[in-house]
Write a protein that binds this ligand. Structure first.
Ligand SMILES: C[S@@+](CC[C@H](N)C(=O)[O-])C[C@H]1O[C@@H](n2cnc3c(N)ncnc32)[C@H](O)[C@@H]1O
Length: 215
């Protein structure tokens, strides 16, 4: 990473550390509602927080996405843009492009600002709206997916992007080891019904399910 990108990542890392400290200090309070359950946080709480994948997962998705040649990278759940910096860098290095989807316009706007600061905005298509509709409208195949929105949407999103996966595509789904509703269980079950998917859980960050598609 060059210094410009590292400075932007460091800015996020400071905020991630701050959120972790708040949660440690107030483990039962609403402002520190457990990251173990993004589906149970109230909307204002969860929408103020980065809910970022963290540096280990960030580095791993960067390494995987960078291994493709001119990939179409899809991020489902931009939030404030942390994971997007890792993926935009991968897009730049591999001659590819990142499409990132977010429901909240103010989060997408912040993410865009940070990508501009990092010098990576030219490699990113920020789309605001409901992920399912935006996935349906994607005009191209997909080589790499980061699936990182509310857990009850993991399976509907899988159903939506699965027909668009290119041979050899990789899916990384975040927060697999965090409790908080039946969404993850349903997703892992749904993966097993999809033809051509091989998959394993890696103990990176909060647990990531890494899946490959071979038709
Ligand atoms: C866990 S955060 C993403 C974190 C981000 N990937 C990172 O590591 O920096 C999940 C995001 O998904 C967004 N989201 C939730 N439902 C959505 C939907 N139906 N369509 C698009 N985005 C959605 C939320 O607003 C939230 O910002």
């Amino acid at each position: 990473m060059d210094d410009t990108i590292q400075a932007v990542l460091d800015h996020y890392h400071a905020r991630i550390a701050q959120e972790q400290a708040q949660r440690a200090a107030h483990p039962t309070g609403p402002a520190s509602a457990s990251p173990t359950a993004t589906t149970t946080l109230t909307a204002p709480d969860r929408d103020e927080r980065l809910l970022a994948v963290g540096p280990e997962t960030g580095r791993l998705i960067n390494i995987i996405a960078r291994a493709f040649d001119k990939p179409n990278i899809l991020e489902i759940g931009t939030s404030y843009g942390y994971s997007g910096i890792w993926l935009a860098h991968a897009a730049r290095e591999s001659g590819g492009r990142l499409t990132t989807l977010e429901l909240q316009d103010y989060k997408a706007a912040y993410a865009r600002e940070q990508s501009e600061k990092a010098g990576l905005a030219d490699y990113v298509d920020f789309q605001v709206g409901d992920a399912l509709a935006l996935i349906d409208a994607l005009p191209h195949g997909i080589d790499f997916v980061l699936l990182d929105l509310w857990k009850d949407l993991y399976t509907p999103c899988l159903d939506a992007f699965y027909p668009k996966l290119n041979p050899g595509a990789i899916i990384v789904a975040d927060n697999i080891n965090r409790p908080g509703g039946p969404g993850i269980e349903a997703y892992l079950k749904a993966l097993r019904t999809k033809k051509g998917i091989s998959s394993l859980l890696l103990p990176v960050g909060t647990g990531i399910e890494v899946s490959r598609y071979d038709p």
